[in-house]
Write a protein that binds this ligand. Sequence first.
Ligand code: CU
Ligand code: ZN
Length: 186
Amino acid sequence: MREVPKILAAAAVLLASAACAGKKPAAGASKASPGASAEPHAHAKLEPRSGSQVEGSADFVERDGKVTLTLSVSGLTPGEHAFHLHEKGDCSAPDATSAGGHWNPTAEGHGKWGTHPFHRGDVANLVADGSGHATLTFTTDLWSIGGDPTRDLVGHALVVHAKPDDFTTQPTGNAGGRVACGVIRK
Ligand code: CU
Ligand code: ZN
């Protein structure tokens, strides 16, 4: 757990201050720079599902027409794990099936990012180290925070799976159970 990153701490602070709703308390205003506050951002707090102890944090920031995802997950079994953006921003089910299928605004088949067909929620497999921790940074101009519904990731869910995505099996990648889920909120 010594590696649990600043991102988690930052997310906790944001949650504690209810800043995720978009309005920061006046007390914190002096810290924000004009440039940083102008960049659209969103995040998802990943909570355990399917009896796992997997948790984590996903942060999204949009800059110059590109969105960068910074993802940090702990409590995984070592090795590869699929994650996807799923259609419904609903993680309420104990097995996260409430999040529906993969986010697929362009009505393509499931696959591997960058090689059509692929869902806009098909990114890559996470690789967890021996302590069950995985991080990933990913940037794309096919996502946005707000705006065009074929690109806007807000209101969808980020789901981490028990197994790797094979990038072939339709429409799921045969990635197994859903071990963590978080709704992407502005
Ligand atoms: Cu998935
Ligand atoms: Zn997919």
